[in-house]
Design a protein around this ligand. Sequence first.
Ligand code: CAA
Length: 261
Amino acid sequence: NEPFEFIKLSKTGEKQNVGLIQLNRPKALNALNNALITDIANALDKLESDKSVGAIVITGNEKAFAAGADIKEMANKTFSQCITEGFIENWTRVANTKKPVIAAVNGYALGGGCELAMMCDIIYAGETARFGQPEILIGVIPGSGGTQRLIKSVGKSKAMEIVLTGNQINAQEAEKMGLVSKVFPVDKLLDESVKLAEKIAANSQIANALAKESVNVALESTLQEGLRFERRMFHALFATKDQKEGMAAFVEKRKPNFTHE
Ligand code: CAA
């Protein structure tokens, strides 16, 4: 598993076209220290440059997806250290991934763990998953998207309640409020997440990347700007071989063979 200390990286799926990152710091409930985040970033670099990989799954273990940023590592940090080290700035690597990323969450996804899941494109949860932003209970606030991404998926009142109380929400509640797209039995979660990733990996990688970028633009722009961006990306895809292949395959009543060009 070189050169990773706190994750396992593999390829999976029938066609080996799904990258799987498993957080592997079980004794600390996958608390996200700098080394673990660096491992994730390096793994994503590898998977993004691997043309055979069409989608990525990030998961933890049955007890925890991740119980947050590593409190022991950050407890004695000073403000000036936070600034000069660029503390938690490197977490954005996950949100900046071009290939689709699915979070498969069993157990705790708290604080930075919940934020890490929200940086992914789709969250699938196991029945025992617990989500929350408990930072307020240790004298701080979420620092990696918990006050920003959460409100966009669950709305203001629920986001405020989660952020201001630190209360955990279970998988069923998370699904109902739209944080999670589906809930599965604990032992089926990873298989179902990989199946979803395989389905997505069968698409044109170029179309996947532009679809993802377009959906994300909706979170940061006006409707008019977003519609204009979407239309231009739609037009741009007509410059790809995959568009010609996809539409020809439809007309010829066969399956497309995308080459990601
Ligand atoms: N940081 C460091 N270590 C952690 C950790 C964290 N976030 N969460 C758990 N651990 C460690 C515990 O210290 C413990 O280690 P030891 O055995 O060495 O004492 C081990 O993991 C097991 O944890 P518990 O004994 O506490 O397990 P539990 O089952 O009793 O409780 C829990 C589970 C409710 C998740 C509890 O561990 C907990 O509350 N963890 C902290 C959750 C939290 O506050 N997260 C937010 C962190 S701040 C943040 O994330 C900032 C940001 O936005 C970027």
